[in-house]
Design a protein around this ligand. Structure first.
Ligand SMILES: N[C@@H](CCC(=O)N[C@@H](CS)C(=O)NCC(=O)O)C(=O)O
Length: 290
């Protein structure tokens, strides 16, 4: 049946798979599907994640904190394979009832503290270590405004544009047009801001940059959905300038490797338990050692 002929029933029921990539993990109910404890390593912070844009925001911040000398930011990054349904294990759901990566357990205090939602994790860690979130009221407000701009905007990029352009089982012109228009508008918002300011929230590098970079920097650099040409991302020159600036940072480069399961084997560090893992435990090194 063509889309225009679809007449929604009175009550929606879950009677067939939704189709498209990731259909196997979509379901209309929450809660665990199976019992599975989460592993716990030796560091104060336990991160359960995957190297997607939402996961990378947090590993960039952790690597930046360590680069600043905050030893308390040492972390174990465990791999959650969402296409295998790891996010529906009982241990993961206890840390994030929303069953999505990233999820953090802070075990540095008297009792573990769970933190979920990537934006919330960024604020929690920035406040805990007093870094990358300005203290002065106006600068802090600007940083949090851009951080929440990312949290509110990216679902239109990922769930809207990315889904209908790259993952849906059918190409629907109406949906692709609608979300391409919105994503180009968002890129223009960012481009105009970055024409006035070195970093997104002002002259300082903050958690707003770390949140926005994996989504919109990644789109600008052609890493997302094979859509660089379609969206003419080269036209957003200030976004390009800023993305290149962030890519020069060693902590950003390390953060992008953690929990990554695609791309060059030398860029994939499936789990990170020690700073030396970047030198010794990337997939190319592990394969060579076999
Ligand atoms: N708003 C959430 C979104 C997290 C999210 O969508 N995570 C995706 C991967 S990027 C996920 O875990 N998907 C698994 C699923 O939907 O079952 C955040 O920012 O943390």
């Amino acid at each position: 049946m063509a889309d225009s002929e679809y007449a929604p029933p009175k009550v929606w029921t879950w009677n067939k798979p939704s189709g498209g990539r990731f259909a196997s993990i979509n379901r209309p109910i929450a809660g665990p599907t199976h019992e599975k404890e989460l592993p716990v390593g030796r560091h104060p912070l336990q991160l359960y994640s995957l190297g997607t844009p939402n996961g990378v925001k947090v590993t960039i911040l952790l690597e930046e904190l360590l680069a600043l000398g905050h030893a308390g930011a040492e972390y174990d990054a465990w791999l959650i394979r969402i296409s295998d349904g790891d996010q529906f294990g009982s241990g993961f759901v206890a840390v994030n009832p929303n069953s999505k990566i990233p999820a953090l357990l802070d075990r540095s205090g008297p009792g573990p503290i769970r933190v979920f939602e990537s934006g919330s994790i960024l604020v929690y860690l920035a406040e805990k270590f007093g870094a990358f979130l300005p203290a002065q009221a106006a600068a802090r407000a600007e940083c949090l405004s851009w951080l929440f701009w990312q949290v509110g905007s990216a679902p239109y990029l990922g769930g809207g544009f990315g889904h209908f352009y790259a993952y849906a089982p059918v190409k629907i012109e109406y949906a692709i047009d609608r979300f391409a228009m919105e994503v180009k508008r968002q890129l223009d918002v960012l481009d105009r801001r970055l024409a006035q300011s070195e970093y997104v929230a002002g002259p300082e590098y903050t958690i707003a940059d770390m949140a926005i970079f994996p989504w919109y920097g990644g789109l600008a650099k052609g890493w997302s959905y094979g859509a660089a040409e379609f969206l003419s991302v080269h036209e957003y020159r200030n976004v390009q300038r800023w993305a290149d600036l962030l890519l020069e940072r060693p902590a950003v480069r390390r953060g992008r490797m953690v929990n990554r399961i695609s791309g060059e084997p030398s860029s994939q560090l499936h789990e990170r338990h020690d700073a030396r893992d970047f030198e010794t435990r990337t997939q190319d090194k592990l394969s060579a050692a076999k």
